[in-house]
Design a protein around this ligand. Structure first.
Ligand code: FE2
Ligand code: FE2
Length: 131
């Protein structure tokens, strides 16, 4: 489970709220995995997670544009790679191919935590320095 903490805050209320929603969705999968219901939960939650992630990435990239963040292109690529990968996983799952809910959930948790703490924090620092 991911425990939200202040060190994950990027200093923007709306984006923090979106990140918390993403954390909640991943935690929902985690909770189900721990109760032996991971496969059903991943199948059900993943499309919602992918959709919400797209909405969040759009909002975040727009924020970076507005705050003249210099590494937007690089950040956009990281977002795109994740979306592609998540679509692939989702396609495989929804077409009935074998998957491990533990692996999928672990991957999403690691990606989200690393991305917020390492990549999103970069625009947060840039924005804090320029105001
Ligand atoms: Fe991001
Ligand atoms: Fe983000």
């Amino acid at each position: 489970m991911i425990q939200w903490s202040e060190k994950m805050s990027v200093g923007n209320l709306i984006i923090d709220q979106q990140h918390k929603t993403l954390v909640d969705l991943v935690n929902k999968m985690y909770d189900a995995v721990s109760k032996g219901k991971g496969d059903e939960a991943v199948k059900e939650v993943l499309p919602e997670l992918v959709n919400y992630t797209k909405t969040h990435f759009d909002y975040e990239e727009n924020f970076m544009k507005q705050t003249s963040y210099p590494n937007l292109a690089q950040h956009h690529k990281l977002h795109q790679d994740l979306i592609r990968h998540a679509y692939d996983i989702n396609d495989n799952i929804q077409t009935g191919q074998f998957f491990s809910s533990v692996t999928v959930t672990g991957f999403l948790k690691d990606w989200l935590m690393n991305h917020i703490l390492k990549e999103d924090m970069k625009y947060s620092i840039h924005n804090a320095a320029s105001v």
